[in-house]
Design a protein around this ligand. Structure first.
Ligand SMILES: NC(=O)C1=CN([C@@H]2O[C@H](COP(=O)(O)OP(=O)(O)OC[C@H]3O[C@@H](n4cnc5c(N)ncnc54)[C@H](O)[C@@H]3O)[C@@H](O)[C@H]2O)C=CC1
Ligand SMILES: O=C(O)C(=O)COP(=O)(O)O
Length: 602
């Protein structure tokens, strides 16, 4: 077993190198001029370089600022580029203008759709999102058109947290309702008796940048703060006197709930009829994250049923919401029009952060907040493509197996290969494992440029190990193994003898396969989704599970059973093309010999 260190690469097109600085005024076409080059002796200097041909170094680039941006940011951009501030453009006007622009800066109010990239005619090189969430930018289209997307992930954290606290206090004391009542000529002191915050339990769901700042402030108000975030560090929480608890405990014990998780497939409508039913009667809810994490119709029902006493919302599934929205009009709901990031200070900070990122990207410097994939030389991608896919899917599987409150901190990746350690560049693989580990649990987009930066920022330590095996060097890799240490798992069968969550995979006939879960050998192609079941090995179980899925017309692509010994513990891996219903999954769990199961989305 050899320890993996930064190798000297053999493929000259693969590594990244620094380049001479470009003159401050130039114009480049990403398609023609973006390229990765290598310096085999200095691989550790991981810089993405955009090179410009001499012919393209001519006039100042043009930056279109489509939504209001702080002055300090505008000044920074003007030192380098022509700035066109055109606010409130219609989608058609944006498409017309964009072909004359090298960069575009937006906030959450502008849809940067595929049509925008198509209309750009190859000139648009950078889109800057002056804020965190980039759900308004079509990332796939940006990447296809060779356009880098950057955001400003930190400058509005405090503003969002302060707005959360403002909403919390305003809601508890009926500030908005009382204000409207007085302006209507009334004096209703009895109607607007509020509730106190001190001594009450606040559950922060999503203990990231904003969530932890809200927690810190709520502690200062004398609240008892608990938090739920399956991926946050318990040490970080403890340091500010916050206890990390399960989702169930958080929602069932809280007097107030504040939402701070990103909108992902897993958090979409996370608060719904079922979860509202488990809450303490009279709970109060604040949302400055994304509207989509709440089922808004269910919230109206919970308000009407008296389960939720009050809600304070800054964000909505549809923005702006319909004027006659029951939620917005509800007497016990306080609303603001997505103002979380809207302070003078945050907007100046965001403007500077995004201006530096956009100008830097136009100059060809490394963009630490790049959110879409940079171009990778075609020959490297062709060879590594199935392994890249395997790497991301192993990361996704592994993180979905994590449970408990101890946080995702230490991940070990082992690559078994017959190639010499200096003849296999694993950066792209590591980046994709990082992407698989982080994207399902955050609003961050991970790529080759920002993977290490993102992992480091989240306190995630990824160590790599090379295992040299006999075999043909034609094949770059025999297997990839991902282990997550010091965490609990929602599927005990995934824990290896040494106590880590362990998944291993191989590429077979060009298709990624899962070949090991914990100590169990399995073999299931990583397409569609996977159900893992742990059972006592005995005849008939495959048939029972297969028929439950068959009754629902769920197509099984692969099925494989790995066992320690006949009639002992076994793990069954089932590849499914479609998502089984909750009912089917429950019925699988009820098959007597099945001790535990988990459904994993790829
Ligand atoms: N209203 C506004 O104007 C603003 C809204 N936001 C939104 O606030 C949200 C949080 O932003 P940041 O704190 O900067 O992001 P972050 O990435 O630092 O934190 C998000 C946290 O949510 C956690 N998480 C992921 N899945 C979860 C789950 N299923 N249950 C509980 N926690 C989960 C992650 O582990 C992470 O710690 C984002 O959606 C962002 O777009 C941010 C700034 C301003
Ligand atoms: O940064 C974010 O995610 C926000 O939600 C802020 O959006 P805004 O820039 O104010 O349109």
């Amino acid at each position: 077993m050899a320890s993996f260190k930064t190798p000297a690469l053999k493929n000259p097109s693969l590594s990244l190198s620094t380049k001479p600085r470009l003159p401050s005024a130039f114009s480049v076409s990403f398609r023609d001029n973006l390229r990765f080059s290598r310096s085999s002796s200095r691989l550790q200097r991981r810089f993405l370089i955009i090179t410009a041909s001499a012919a393209s170094i001519s006039s100042k680039p043009t930056v279109l600022v489509a939504e209001k941006l702080g002055e300090a940011g505008l000044t920074l951009i003007k030192e380098f580029a022509n700035v066109d501030c055109s606010y409130s453009l219609s989608p058609e006007e944006l498409c017309t203008k964009i072909s004359l622009c090298d960069a575009l800066i937006v906030r959450s109010g502008t849809k940067v759709s595929r049509e925008v990239f198509e209309s750009a005619g190859g000139r648009l090189k950078v889109v800057g999102r002056a804020g965190v969430g980039i759900d308004n930018v079509d990332l796939a289209a940006a990447t296809e058109h060779g356009c880098l997307v950057v955001n400003a992930p930190t400058a509005n954290t405090v503003a969002a947290a302060e707005h959360g606290i403002a909403l919390l206090a305003a809601m508890a004391r009926n500030v908005a309702q009382a204000d409207a009542s007085m302006k209507a000529g009334k004096w209703q002191r009895n109607k607007y008796v509020g509730v106190s915050l001190v001594g009450k339990t606040l559950a922060v769901l999503g203990f990231g940048k904003v969530g932890s700042e809200v927690a810190r402030r709520a502690k200062g108000l004398g609240m008892h703060v608990i938090a739920h975030d399956p991926y946050a560090s318990a040490d970080r929480a403890r340091a500010i006197g916050v206890e990390l608890v399960s989702f169930e405990e958080a929602i069932s014990t809280a007097d107030f709930i504040s939402l701070h998780m990103p909108l992902t497939a897993a958090t979409n409508k996370m608060l719904n009829d079922e979860t509202f039913a488990k809450m303490k009667k009279g709970v109060r809810i604040v949302n400055v994250a994304r509207g989509g994490v709440i089922d808004e119709d269910a919230l109206v029902r919970a308000l009407d049923a008296g389960i939720v006493a009050q809600a304070a919302l800054d964000v909505f599934t549809e923005e702006p919401p319909k004027q006659d929205s029951k939620l917005v009009q509800h007497e016990r709901v306080t609303v603001t029009p997505h103002l979380g990031a809207s302070t003078i200070e945050a907007q100046e900070g965001v403007a500077i952060e995004i201006a530096e990122a956009v100008v830097g990207a136009l100059k060809g410097e490394l963009a630490a907040t790049a959110v879409n994939a940079p171009m990778v030389p075609a020959e490297v991608l062709i060879e590594l493509k199935p392994y890249v896919e395997l790497a991301e899917k192993l990361g996704r599987l592994a993180v979905q197996l994590v449970a408990g409150v101890s946080g995702l901190k230490n991940v070990k990746v082992s690559y078994a290969s017959s190639r010499a350690p200096d003849d296999l560049d694993t950066r792209l693989l590591r980046a994709m494992i990082t992407k698989g580990l982080i994207e399902p649990i955050s609003s961050v987009y991970v790529n080759l440029v920002n993977a290490d930066y993102t992992a480091k920022q989240r306190g995630l330590r990824i160590t790599e190990e090379r295992i040299v095996i006999d075999g043909s060097p034609e094949c770059p890799l025999e297997s990839i193994q991902v282990q997550i240490a010091n965490v609990e798992s929602k599927f005990a069968g995934a824990i290896s003898e040494s106590g880590e969550i362990k998944v291993e995979g191989q590429v077979k006939d060009g298709i990624p396969h899962l070949t090991k879960v914990g100590s169990f050998q399995v073999d299931v192609s990583l397409e569609g989704s996977i159900i893992l079941c742990r059972q006592v090995d005995q005849p008939g179980i495959i048939g029972k599970v297969g028929s439950i899925l068959g009754q629902e017309n769920v197509n099984v692509s692969f099925m494989s059973v790995g066992r320690i010994a006949p009639r002992k513990q076994a793990v069954m891996a089932i590849g499914v093309d479609d998502q089984p219903s909750k009912g089917s999954l429950q019925r699988i769990g009820e098959v007597p010999a099945i001790e535990e199961f988990v459904f994993l989305k790829l």
